[in-house]
Write a protein that binds this ligand. Sequence first.
Ligand SMILES: Cc1cc2nc3c(=O)[nH]c(=O)nc-3n(C[C@H](O)[C@H](O)[C@H](O)COP(=O)(O)OP(=O)(O)OC[C@H]3O[C@@H](n4cnc5c(N)ncnc54)[C@H](O)[C@@H]3O)c2cc1C
Length: 270
Amino acid sequence: MAGPELDANGRVIGVVLKGGEKVVGDAVIAADGAYSPIKRALKIDSEYNGYSAIAIRAEMPANKPDSDSLDIYLNLKFHGDQLPGYAWVFPFGGGRINIGLGYVNSYKDWQKINATQFMGEFMQTLPRDWGLPPIDELKKDKLVRAWRLPMGFTAWPPWRPGVLFTGDSLGAGKPASGAGISKALESGLAAGECAIAALLNGGPDDFTNYGQRMEAAWGKEYRRGRYFHKLAGIPAVANNGIKLIDNSFFRDRRLKALYKKEQGPQHKVK
Ligand SMILES: Cc1cc2nc3c(=O)[nH]c(=O)nc-3n(C[C@H](O)[C@H](O)[C@H](O)COP(=O)(O)OP(=O)(O)OC[C@H]3O[C@@H](n4cnc5c(N)ncnc54)[C@H](O)[C@@H]3O)c2cc1C
């Protein structure tokens, strides 16, 4: 798919495939991910901007005994500024571990961060006896992967005439964690139902019903999340905040809040 097909009034009436073929429809559900070609073509000027986390990770061998722990490092500094983000280390089994880090683009200088180099610097703070490979070697072997996690609604309202945005194209990821799989499924289902209801009533020019569904489901939580990210992106706030929260009591409560509905092994306060 190369992009949306528009009518003379700017309403989306289908998509154009890369070969030039057009596929028309009464409503288009954009489920084309964080780099949504449909959204980019429409130059969506969102009422809410939401935020995106930039995340990078690699799997690698390590001289580290296997365990069932997930280590979170909240102290993530760039040129002395505490970042709104964290790094992680968890075992994969068989002598391999996953190391990664992520930060939110509410930090003013986020574009100055070379994520790969930054991850290499973080790895150098980890115990030497783990014998981690150098970041350049991981990069050369294409073992490092970076990605973007949009969250807190990056396209709002979540529709334009003829089109409904879902999942990462809507920025439906949960602001507290960036988790977007269940949100993509739920927003996709809601978009389908709302599109049918709207087409049976007023037609494809107005999908306000979808905006209302999304607002009722996650509006309050995502507003709070956007506000939190905005604050956490201010280095002075983040620098002081980290002093308050970087302790096992807070970490335990936060992990429980993040994963309270997830299945998985229980974690314990160290
Ligand atoms: C490495 C990684 C780890 C993650 N871990 C988690 C996690 O543990 N838990 C969690 O909840 N979320 C996680 N996420 C986020 C989650 O994957 C996304 O939020 C979710 O996949 C969004 O679903 P989506 O359908 O909106 O977009 P996507 O899954 O990105 O799907 C978009 C689809 O559109 C297709 N597409 C894009 N452009 C075009 C085009 N021009 N023509 C045709 N097709 C196109 C793509 O090929 C893709 O198949 C992770 C993301 C990444 C990258």
